[in-house]
Design a protein around this ligand. Sequence first.
Ligand SMILES: Nc1ncnc2c1ncn2[C@@H]1O[C@H](COP(=O)(O)OP(=O)(O)OP(=O)(O)O)[C@@H](O)[C@H]1O
Length: 275
Amino acid sequence: MPAGELKMTMPTNQNTGAPAPGGAAGGSVVLSAKGLTKEFKGFVAVKDVDLSVREGSIHALIGPNGAGKTTCFNLLTKFLQPTRGVITYRGQDITGLAPAEIARLGVVRSFQISAVFPSLSVLENVRIALQRPQHLATQFWKPETALSVLDDRAAGLIRSVGLDAFINHTAGELPYGRKRALELAATLALEPDVMLLDEPMAGMAHEDIGHIADLIRQAAQGRTVIMVEHNLHVVEDLCDAVTVLQRGEILAEGDYQTVSQDPRVREAYMGSEHD
Ligand SMILES: Nc1ncnc2c1ncn2[C@@H]1O[C@H](COP(=O)(O)OP(=O)(O)OP(=O)(O)O)[C@@H](O)[C@H]1O
């Protein structure tokens, strides 16, 4: 959506129906970055970013193309190591940890198609997620009854993302939107405390967007969500807090209404097609 079309309506928190920003903004900081910087051979893609993500919020990272959103996201999920800066999760310095280590702590990244095994069924995919090391690896060695407990849990997760009718379908055969719902179920199986979503609506057909937004809203209950998202309608609808990046630096922060009215944000989006 071009800058001139940044909407100015007050978003509501769909979980509660109440005005969005107040509640989450009052929560304690669960994930934070201080002075986060990433240089690629001298090019500064992310520069001195200070970020505070509040408990229970859905926090969006937005900005025009090349702003540094993906780099920032990869730093927070530890897929990239920062050149400088510190990342803290619940007071613990996680800057030097690997993605699998932060996942064990409860900081889990989702929406990577590769995370789903295409030749396995929906049920098998979710069951594998439930058996991951940070979880229940020992269940492999337990009697059949323990595995059926896993099946029950897997079925519950599959139901929660609306995939009951597809439970025995091969993941690779699922339509794109359903695959993303499966990824969400597999991620939820890890019981994330902080869930990081990389452009959850990317490639999504228009009619699927509302459905996935509903699933994210539902999945966000009782946890914190950080998402990079290009679709500003989705950001307005879902997110309590928004950080706007431009050329690697924070340009503005606040609820959607505040940042969408900020002249600097409008200018930054000028000429960028963000739909
Ligand atoms: N591995 C890399 N090596 C060199 N430059 C990089 C690398 N990754 C990103 N960049 C540069 O860093 C800047 C920020 O890129 P990034 O992908 O983080 O932006 P973005 O906001 O996610 O953009 P988009 O909305 O287009 O996905 C860009 O100028 C990009 O070319």
